[in-house]
Design a protein. Structure first.
Length: 450
């Protein structure tokens, strides 16, 4: 066993011991709290409520939905007044065990801070909602280590790879004119699009690889965070049935976006998501299309796809069409929210502007089938990314011989508590770069919901 292997094993051992220490410490704290209350109060009621240990015990640390709880009633009070506050931290210890470009493990993470406001409940404007999202990344990105064009843990690279500063990526206003129809405008992010029951989750709750979070075929025309407007038609259960967006075609995650609004053209994106009942089980069929009038003269940096900065033949406009489906094969008869099934994606894009000309993925996922693990989930997926023959010569000048890329990802999400999820993840990635060996990517993801 070489020195690199020894280092890897030592790091894994350190991470395992630290995780066990935290879990044991938390569990012992809860026990000590109960014991302290039992022996020093009668019977740990009002005389103990002010003590921090008793608050920890009485607030059910292991069963609460968020680590910080209800803030002594303030959180639920805000919700009743129309304001919900959510925050989470998603952390990765992931690396390339073999193959790829760099065989090393790296720590990275991403924090989300989201506020949703119902202005009707606040007594300001009936039917109007406001969404604010601030986010930032930290640690060392794994982008480039695998040799693939698609990042293996995309959320750890958002909103931008250039800095780890906190940026406001959503300031979105939605006005509902009825229970079914509304318009929206403001700054938004496009990662909430291309919804799929088993392969979405923003890279935090289901798969980590962008190939299973959203269709990579759309990334060339739709920026991550930008100014835009549109409308939505809701179907049953208040799920979006049809959405249409008019977007600024350039990413403005780091700025307000007003200075460059529509300076380089416009992007339009439409999605129709139809509910289905095949085999008597729920599912969806999604059809989407995007078009941009922007002039494309280079392959530019984007945290959602790993590209070199190289010029390409000038092209006016770009487009993509895509489809996805999810179909439950099993639904828990005692809990309709639990079940598992299959999913798939397919798409085509303008080969003159998009390095990915066509894309396929499929897999299985959903709620855990292990008895007693009702809140766990799993997923196994495969993808194939067809490289544009028009852009391959430009990519080869920076990356060497280029073919198509493909990969497999497997994950199992363990709900340690409702607010702590630990997810072992394993990926086998065959990069489009023909000179790079198949990368085995392994690691663990931890998500803490505050």
């Amino acid at each position: 066993m070489n020195g690199r292997s020894h280092t890897l094993l030592w790091r894994i051992l350190q991470s395992t011991l630290f995780t066990l220490f935290v879990i044991v410490s938390l569990s012992r704290t809860d026990v000590y709290a109960e014991d302290w209350c039992t022996f020093t109060s009668d019977p740990c009621d009002a005389t103990c409520d002010a003590d921090a240990f008793c608050l920890l015990s009485e607030s059910d640390l292991w069963t609460r939905s968020q680590l910080t709880g209800d803030w002594a009633g303030a959180r639920s009070g805000l919700t009743e007044q129309g304001v919900t506050v959510d925050a989470d931290a998603t952390m990765f210890y992931m690396g390339v065990a073999s193959g790829g470009l760099k065989q090393e493990f790296r720590f990275s993470g991403h924090n989300d801070y989201v506020i949703n406001m119902d202005l009707g409940k606040m007594g300001l404007q009936k039917g109007m909602f406001v969404k604010l999202r601030a986010e930032h990344r930290y640690g060392e990105s794994l982008a480039g280590a695998t040799g693939a064009l698609l990042p293996s843990n995309v959320v750890a690279d958002l909103p931008t790879l250039e800095t780890d500063h906190v940026y406001l990526t959503n300031v979105l206003f939605t006005q509902m004119f009825s229970e079914k129809f509304g318009v929206f405008f403001g700054k938004l992010d496009t990662l909430d699009g291309d919804v799929n029951a088993f392969a979405h989750g923003r890279g935090k709750t289901q798969f980590s690889n962008i190939a299973f979070v959203a269709s990579p075929i759309v990334l060339r025309t739709a920026p991550y965070s930008t100014l835009g407007a549109g409308f939505v038609i809701l179907g049953e259960g208040a799920e979006p049935l049809f959405t249409f967006n008019i977007l600024n075609p350039t990413d403005t995650a780091r700025t307000s976006g007003f200075d460059e609004l529509f300076n380089e053209g416009v992007t339009m994106v439409g999605e129709l998501r139809l509910p289905t009942e095949f085999l008597g089980k729920p599912g969806h069929q999604l059809f989407g299309a995007s078009w941009s009038s922007r002039d494309y003269v280079a392959l530019s940096q984007d945290p959602r796809i790993i590209l070199p900065n190289v010029p390409i033949a000038r092209a006016d406009g770009s487009w993509s069409v895509y489809w996805n489906f999810d179909q439950y094969l099993f639904v828990d008869p005692s809990d309709a929210s639990r079940g598992w099934g299959v999913f798939g994606r397919a798409g085509l894009a303008d080969p003159n502007t998009n390095p990915i000309a066509w894309f396929l993925s499929c897999g299985v996922g959903g709620s855990s089938m292990i008895r007693g693990r009702d809140n766990d989930s799993f997923g196994v997926g495969w993808y194939y990314s067809g490289t544009s023959s028009e852009l391959a010569p430009f990519l080869q000048t920076a990356l060497g011989p280029i073919g198509d890329g493909q990969g497999v990802e497997m994950y199992y999400d363990i709900a340690v508590t409702p607010w702590l999820h630990v997810t072992p993840d394993l990926q086998f990635i065959m990069p489009a770069r023909e000179s790079v060996d198949t990368a085995t990517v392994a690691g663990v993801r931890a998500r803490v919901i505050f």
